[in-house]
Ligand binder design. Structure first.
Ligand SMILES: NC(=O)c1ccc[n+]([C@@H]2O[C@H](COP(=O)([O-])OP(=O)(O)OC[C@H]3O[C@@H](n4cnc5c(N)ncnc54)[C@H](OP(=O)(O)O)[C@@H]3O)[C@@H](O)[C@H]2O)c1
Length: 277
């Protein structure tokens, strides 16, 4: 496993498992299997309704808590400090963990600056090892930077070979905020697993299109959290750290970028003004 040193010094695994759309019934099994396979980072959220099962899996595994990295996100639109604290309390009650490694604002709703200040308060008390945001684009990110004292460690956004987020990477770079890729396999759609460039590059290294697609992100310094409920795919998706894509490979994959989101979550719509293009 490779790690990213976040801007507060915390080390975050470059690859984790996402548990969006995994039923409560399956989540504990999936997370326990992922941990057995070697994953140490798990990405959940209040709106996935499976924080409880993530917490159960973390406690059930024999792996020490400080070897694991748990991310969750609050999604309620909060307008006050107290509303935000209540939202966090709900997540902590579900997880039943002493602390969360990374707490994110799931998207820019409510009063993001007020919500951020509440997260800062809990971060300073040690409830979270790091705090960050998700789906904040240049129309909403400045509210966090201007309204707070602590810089987010990550911005988690839709990112994959079909939407490579080149503008976002440039945008975040001066803030030293890491980009974390959600739907790093484009939700498993859009023909990504049969895409010619990915499969032919993979053939050179004995790797699948999924492994090449994920490696492309990790090699650009982007943290990725692919979701799968299948243990063989968990093994496949994490088996990325024994090969390096050449400059030519990286350039060929860069050509797959469509420059726009493909998952139907238009969170980036109209966020870049023309002079930022
Ligand atoms: N912050 C946000 O707003 C936000 C939004 C969306 C997602 N996320 C996070 O990002 C995580 C990942 O995103 P995602 O779940 O939307 O999509 P994804 O990871 O891009 O793709 C998951 C899909 O690909 C399939 N798959 C995974 N590995 C595969 C492989 N090696 N070969 C073939 N198929 C494979 C999975 O099927 P099986 O499960 O059947 O194997 C599933 O259908 C989520 O779980 C969540 O934690 C965050």
């Amino acid at each position: 496993m490779e790690y990213k040193t976040l801007n507060n010094g915390v080390e975050m695994p470059m690859l984790g498992i996402g548990v969006y759309n995994i039923t409560r019934r399956d989540t504990q099994r999936v997370v326990e299997q992922a941990i057995e396979v070697g994953y140490t980072s798990i990405d959940t959220a209040a709106m996935y309704y499976n924080e409880r099962e993530v917490g159960d899996a973390v406690r059930a595994t024999g792996v020490p808590r400080d070897h694991l990295f748990v991310t969750t996100k609050i999604c309620d639109p909060c307008y006050t400090r107290d509303e935000t604290l209540r939202s966090v309390e709900q997540s902590m009650k579900q997880l039943r963990l002493d602390y969360v490694d990374l707490m994110l604002l799931h998207w820019p709703v409510g009063k993001p600056a007020v919500m951020w200040q509440a997260l800062e308060e809990l971060y300073s008390q040690g409830l979270f090892r790091a705090i960050g945001v998700s789906n904040f684009y240049p129309n909403t990110f400045p509210a966090i930077v201007n309204g707070g004292k602590v810089m987010p460690v990550v911005n988690q956004c839709e990112t994959h070979v079909l939407y490579q987020q080149c503008k976002m990477i440039d945008y975040l770079q001066p803030y030293n905020v890491a980009l974390e890729a959600w739907s790093p396999l484009a939700e498993g759609g859009h023909g990504i697993f049969n895409e010619n460039t990915l499969t032919s590059i993979g053939a050179q290294y004995g790797k699948t299109a999924a492994q090449v697609a994920l490696k492309f992100l990790v090699q650009r310094g982007i943290i990725a959290i692919p979701k799968t409920t299948h243990v063989e795919r968990m093994r496949e998706n994490i088996d990325l750290f024994d090969f390096i894509l050449s400059d030519n490979d990286m350039a060929a994959i860069a050509c797959l970028d469509t420059g726009h989101n493909v998952t139907g979550w238009p969170l980036d719509a109209l966020c870049y003004t023309p002079n930022q293009n």
